[in-house]
Design a protein around this ligand. Structure first.
Ligand code: PEP
Ligand code: MN
Length: 346
């Protein structure tokens, strides 16, 4: 870390900063200029307390960290990509996967028929919320345990591994026993005790970016999971809140490129929750592939107009077929293998 002192510090000020730096386990190297003095604190920033507390000293102007605060998930620590194994598929190892299915599990019929259709069209994992984090307490909250049972039946019928969201820690055991990948939604992306509990479950985790989280906060959320012994993390950019109101959120393509550059984790994009409207989902999906995404998560419903939630953004089965055909040449151009061409989903 670099500690920048205010202009013309006294000898006592410099000595105090150097002493505090030593006390916190770092070695100070002071560079004195005519006006400015900086103290370079040498030591592993990830295993010691942050020196940012020194900003409270009147003589300190700024403390600048040098190392990344996320370590385990960083490319610096592990340059080769993390490959997440889910059933017999591999995520992040050069195969591009599409997770598709309804926003929420509404019935056996709706879920299984959607699962069959998306499997036939190219999806390699099935999504569906059994526990739904809804903005309004009056909206459909999901079928809960019954929803998990339906997802298991859909898996049996199609062979697709299942991704579903955990909303509360008390439901985690139910999800662990029923699904293949546990999703942490945008609303829980900073619920650190939930992140730790999910990590300890050992299940692969799909970690959405919080709707107001910086890229660093998103990656630190992933670090929570890795630090608790679970490296099977799939990042998922799903749009952030901005002033723009013609889309539900703003898909942050820069975050996809940055997450790929900064971490060794697979990065997915959810264009459905980013757009909130079905018409531009194919364009966002192509952009995601071009930015380096390892997969997509897309909402699909056999009858989108009748969906219990997120009706405006769910693709019809026909739209989904078109989407897969549309992104395939982009996936190939990006040097990845379309998961639906590997013949390993059954
Ligand atoms: C979802 O994928 O069902 C969902 C609720 O998404 P998000 O957490 O990104 O809003
Ligand atoms: Mn949804």
């Amino acid at each position: 870390m670099i500690i920048v002192l205010r202009p013309h510090p006294s000898i006592e000020d410099i000595a105090k900063v150097e002493e505090d730096v030593r006390q916190m386990g770092y070695v100070p190297h002071t560079i004195r200029g005519v006006v400015r003095t900086v103290v370079a604190a040498v030591g592993d920033e990830t295993s010691k307390d942050s020196l940012e507390v020194l900003e409270s000293l009147p003589c300190v102007e700024r403390v600048i960290p040098i190392q990344r605060r996320y370590k385990l998930v960083s490319r610096q620590a592990q340059p080769e990509p993390t490959v997440v194994h889910v059933g017999n598929i591999t995520i992040g190892g050069g195969v591009f996967h599409i997770i598709a299915g309804p926003c929420s599990v509404e019935s056996y019929e709706q879920t299984v028929s959607t699962a069959r259709c998306v499997a036939g069209a190219g999806a390699t994992l099935l999504r569906g919320g059994a526990f739904k984090p809804r903005t309004s307490p009056y909206d459909f909250q999901g079928l809960g345990v019954e929803g998990l049972r339906i997802l298991q039946q859909a898996k049996k019928e199609t062979g697709l591994p299942v991704v579903s969201e955990v909303v509360r820690e008390m439901d985690l055991g139910l999800l662990v026993g029923a699904v293949d990948v546990i999703q942490i939604g945008a609303r829980n992306a900073m619920n650190y005790s939930l992140l730790e509990a999910v990590a300890r479950s050992g299940k692969p985790v799909l970690l959405k970016r919080g709707m107001a989280a910086t890229v660093e906060e998103w990656l630190l959320a992933a670090e929570y999971i890795a630090k608790n012994g679970n490296h099977n993390v799939i990042l998922c950019e799903r749009g952030i809140r901005t002033f723009e109101n013609s889309t539900r959120n703003t898909l942050d393509i820069s975050a996809v490129a940055l997450a790929k550059q900064e971490t060794n984790l697979p990065v997915f994009v959810d264009p459905s929750h980013a757009a909130g409207r079905r018409d531009i989902i194919p364009a966002l999906a192509r952009a995601a592939v071009a930015a380096g995404a390892d997969g997509l998560m897309v909402e699909v419903h056999t009858d989108p107009e009748l969906a219990h939630c997120d009706a405006a953004q769910q693709l019809s089965v026909e739209d989904f077929h078109k989407l897969v055909a549309d992104v395939e040449p982009f996936v190939v151009a990006a040097g990845k293998m379309p998961g639906w061409r590997t013949g390993k989903t059954e």
